[in-house]
Design a protein around this ligand. Structure first.
Ligand code: AVI
Length: 332
């Protein structure tokens, strides 16, 4: 059994935990009220990932129709040695939004004398389990897990200062695609500002392609993506006392060619009113809640984005169908 703090300290830390939970709930409620009050109703995609949503996302990653995860994994396994060479020896690897750190582990194992690994994630449990697992395979690697939201300064400020020949941000999974282009540039500029000249970034991006392939990936035949999308309404019902009737909403994803993105929506199947924490929101039949954007980049377009945010694109690796790319860039 894990050691417990003394009872008085436990009360204090329980209170801290419940204050944090209450703060999170309040932030969630504010975002939901704000999003549902807009002309085009929206909900921030970060709320898709509660426990059930994260499990559904893991299932999505294994789907035949969702080519992104396996294509990225194939590129990593085909080119790991070249990536390790591009990064070079004695590097500190920083991974914002690391989750279970599964993608970093083979990379760390192929690096020459990695100086340290700094994964960041909002879930302390997932980070601790990952640290334990990596430690058994790479016992000499220094691992400092940072708990927090990687878009916030305090999460970065809590990192230990590290002497290293080079620091490299590792940002796989096409997570950058879920940020609108302005936000994506803001995030990349923030990454560059946390690094020094000559430091690096290894980042995965899904590439623009035939809309049929894209739409299949986000409307999979097993309907897992539909469950992932609708789980957001279940979460709002459970956590915010709402009364969304899931049978009156449908999942819809489509490619928007001018914006080069797949949009995910929840469509109201009838005219209806939904109550969230005592506030009523009216829906017309066919009206949607926009729940996610997944931007698709061209190779040249993403290299331009890198150049405009403080990086120099050094090289990239892709699959034979050019469905996905992993870029290595340095800070200039
Ligand atoms: C996490 N992210 C990169 C996924 C994507 O493809 O945009 C999330 C996702 N949404 C629906 N399917 C997968």
């Amino acid at each position: 059994m894990a050691a417990q703090p003394p009872a008085d300290k436990r009360d204090e830390s329980d209170r801290g935990e419940s204050d944090r939970n209450e703060g999170c709930r309040r932030g969630f409620l504010e975002d939901v009220i704000r999003g549902l009050s807009e002309l085009q109703k929206t909900l921030p995609c970060k709320y898709l990932y509660d426990e059930a949503g994260s499990e559904l996302f893991e299932q999505i990653c294994k789907l035949e129709d969702y080519y992104l995860t396996r294509t990225e994994a194939q590129i990593f396994s085909d080119h790991l040695a070249e990536m390790a060479q591009a990064i070079g020896p004695d590097a500190v690897i920083i991974e914002p939004g690391a989750g279970n750190c599964a993608k970093a582990e083979p990379l760390l194992a192929s690096l020459e004398r990695p100086a340290a690994y700094l994964p960041m994630d909002i879930s302390p449990e997932i980070l601790l389990a990952a640290r334990r697992r990596i430690h058994t395979h790479l016992p000499n690697l220094d691992i400092h897990a940072g708990v927090g939201d990687f878009t916030e300064d305090e999460t970065w400020a809590a990192q230990p200062p590290m002497e290293a020949r080079r620091r490299v941000i590792f940002f796989p999974g096409s997570t950058i695609g879920n940020f609108d282009p302005d936000q994506a540039r803001g995030l990349l500029r923030a990454f560059a500002s946390r690094l020094n000249k000559g430091d690096g970034m290894l980042i995965g991006t899904d590439l623009d392609k035939d809309p049929v392939i894209l739409e299949r990936a986000y409307n999979d035949s097993e309907q897992v993506t539909a469950r992932f999308n609708k789980n957001l309404l279940t979460r709002i019902n459970n956590e915010l006392g709402a009364d969304f009737d899931l049978s009156r909403f449908a999942h819809r994803s489509f490619y928007h060619p001018l914006r080069c993105r797949v949009e995910m929506h929840l469509v109201s199947l009838t005219r209806q009113s939904v109550s969230v924490a005592g506030r009523a929101f009216a829906f017309l039949e066919g009206e949607t809640i926009h729940t996610e954007n997944s931007h698709k980049y061209s190779l040249a377009g993403f290299r331009d984005t890198l150049r405009s945010t403080g990086f120099v694109p050094i090289r990239h690796w892709s699959d034979s169908s050019s469905h996905y790319a992993i870029h290595f860039a340095e800070v200039h």
